[in-house]
Write a protein that binds this ligand. Structure first.
Ligand code: NAD
Length: 481
């Protein structure tokens, strides 16, 4: 397969350009730790240019009717599908994930683009009966204004498209800070939208030092809405800055998903589904199952099954068709995995398989299963965001609900049971934005995605994915004076 990799420029006011100061940042292939290219590094002058472009473009774009916006988005989706193989190849080179996962991500992003365009045609207001026969009362939906979006590296396109697609479909303009670790595939998403006819200034793409960009964009008077996907710690920082400047906010933050296996579940099916789900994207997924809570009667069988599936993973370069799990996306995750495992082992955990870096070149970490992990181990409290599976037994329903809800996170939760009563009880007891029963859940475009508690607020996808970029205006009008 072609291993060439493009350099990435900024996209501002409809043009691809180098940074004003000519600065660049290296991009690294995580499978080989080699520098494969560079991306332009935006500073204040570039951000000012993007702000001016987004401001100007918004006043034109918001007046383009939703049917026209829909047609452009349908075209963008088609371009993404037509280019999916090339974009997926680029994504795998810069991120590490297996090519098949990259391809699925590009195609899902096309589906998201389609969906948001279609939803734009259905952004209804409402007519409210008034107390006088000659007075109309209506609520109309208007785009919120220029958006500052911050999207991470774990899904280089899929995280960005929710923000770009939502903003563009609603009639907003957007400045998106793309992921510095994985810039080129995100740039291909923007290119698809631009080639489909999104006018200049509506989408602006920048890269740089994340804190420098957010500290400049969030307070800026042009920006009306902030949308961030990333860690809870950074999310809280950005949400407080947005609050200080009274900006609307969507926060998609971390999770620490419990996966509960009840005693009446089919343990063979459950372990098959959930273990394979664990290693998708090398576990760098905010809805990844991260605390496996298994009824004591099934515990040994579940652990054995999980170890077997973990040991069958083929860890390697994502471009190799045999690979089922690629490297971690950057060296910070490798350090974090080593820290989580040694902390747990120091506190009494047993490593059933894996537990260490694989080889000494590339950010590979072994699929890892641990038992006897105490509740105070870091991996049971902080989002692991990697291929770690701590498995813990439980005795009864109340105990497992208490453990599932113990953490401040509330993004995703999984449960396996053949009892409709247990399913009903668990879905209503869990504090989580998403609960999936008897299936490994994958995001789909038609349903809302987002967390509660420290996992953030606001939703992406579903009809909510468009709503996030709209605001209501109440209009009352008397027929004559
Ligand atoms: P990090 O917290 O430094 O960065 C996470 C993301 O936030 C990155 O995309 C980064 O560019 C951005 N970011 C960081 N500081 C920022 C700032 N001041 N302003 C604007 N954006 C900022 O951590 P990391 O090492 O890149 O990733 C590790 C952690 O991030 C993981 O443990 C996980 O919890 C979280 N994460 C979550 C998601 C998600 O899908 N919710 C995605 C990526 C990372």
């Amino acid at each position: 397969m072609d291993t060439s990799y493009p350099n990435t420029q900024l996209f501002i006011n409809g043009k691809w350009k180098d940074a004003d100061a000519g600065e660049n940042i290296d991009v690294i292939n995580p499978a080989y730790e080699s520098v494969i290219g560079k991306m332009a590094h935006a500073r204040k002058a570039d951000l000012d240019e993007a702000l001016e472009a987004a401001d100007k473009a918004f006043f034109k774009w918001k007046n383009v009717n939703s049917f026209e916006r829909y047609k452009i988005l349908q075209k963008a989706a088609k371009i993404l599908r037509d280019r999916s193989n090339d974009i997926a190849r680029i994504m795998t080179i810069e991120h590490g994930k297996p090519f098949g996962e990259s391809l699925a991500e590009v195609n899902l992003s096309a589906d998201i683009t389609d969906w948001l365009g279609e939803e734009a045609r259905r952004s209804y207001g409402r007519l409210i009966p008034s107390r006088s026969s000659d007075v109309y009362q209506m609520v109309v939906k208007e785009p919120v204004g220029p958006v500052a979006g911050f999207s991470p590296w774990n899904f280089p396109i899929n995280q960005a498209v929710r923000k770009i697609g939502g903003a563009v479909a609603a009639g907003c303009s957007i400045i998106i800070k793309g992921p510095e670790e994985t810039p080129a595939s995100c740039a291909e998403l923007v290119r698809a939208y631009a080639d489909a006819g999104v006018p200049e200034g509506v989408i602006n793409l920048v890269f740089g030092i994340p804190s420098e960009i957010s500290e400049y964009l969030i307070p800026h008077p042009v920006i009306r809405k902030i949308s961030f996907t990333g860690s809870t710690a950074v999310g809280k920082l950005l949400a407080s800055m947005a609050g200080l400047h009274m900006k609307l906010v969507t926060m998609e933050l971390g999770g620490h998903a419990p996966a509960i296996i009840f005693d009446d579940a089919n343990v063979d099916n459950a372990v098959q589904m959930i273990a394979n789900n664990k290693y998708r994207n090398a576990g760098q997924v905010c809805v990844s199952p991260t605390r496996f809570l298994v009824h004591e009667s099934l515990y040994d069988k579940f652990v054995d099954g999980f170890v077997k599936i973990s040991e069958s993973q083929v860890v390697g370069d994502g471009l190799d068709p045999n690979t089922t799990m690629g490297p971690l996306a950057h060296d910070r995750r490798l350090d974090a995995m080593e820290m989580f495992v040694s902390d747990a082992v120091d506190k009494g955990a047993k490593v059933k398989t894996g537990g260490k870096r694989k080889g000494n070149k590339g950010y590979f970490f072994e699929p890892t299963v641990l038992t006897d992990v105490p509740t105070d181990a870091k991996m049971m409290n902080e989002e692991p965001f990697g291929p770690l599976a701590p498995i813990t037994p439980f005795k009864n329903f109340d105990d497992v609900v208490k453990e599932a809800n113990r953490l401040p996170y509330g993004l995703a939760a999984f449960a396996f049971t053949n009892s409709a009563k247990t399913a009903e009880k668990i879905t209503s007891s869990i504090e989580s934005g998403i609960v999936s029963v008897n299936q490994p859940w994958m995001p789909v475009v038609e349903v809302p995605f987002g967390g509660v508690k420290d996992s953030g607020y606001g939703k992406e996808l579903g009809s909510e994915g468009l709503e996030a970029y709209l605001q209501s205006k109440f209009i009352t009008q008397k027929s004559s004076i």
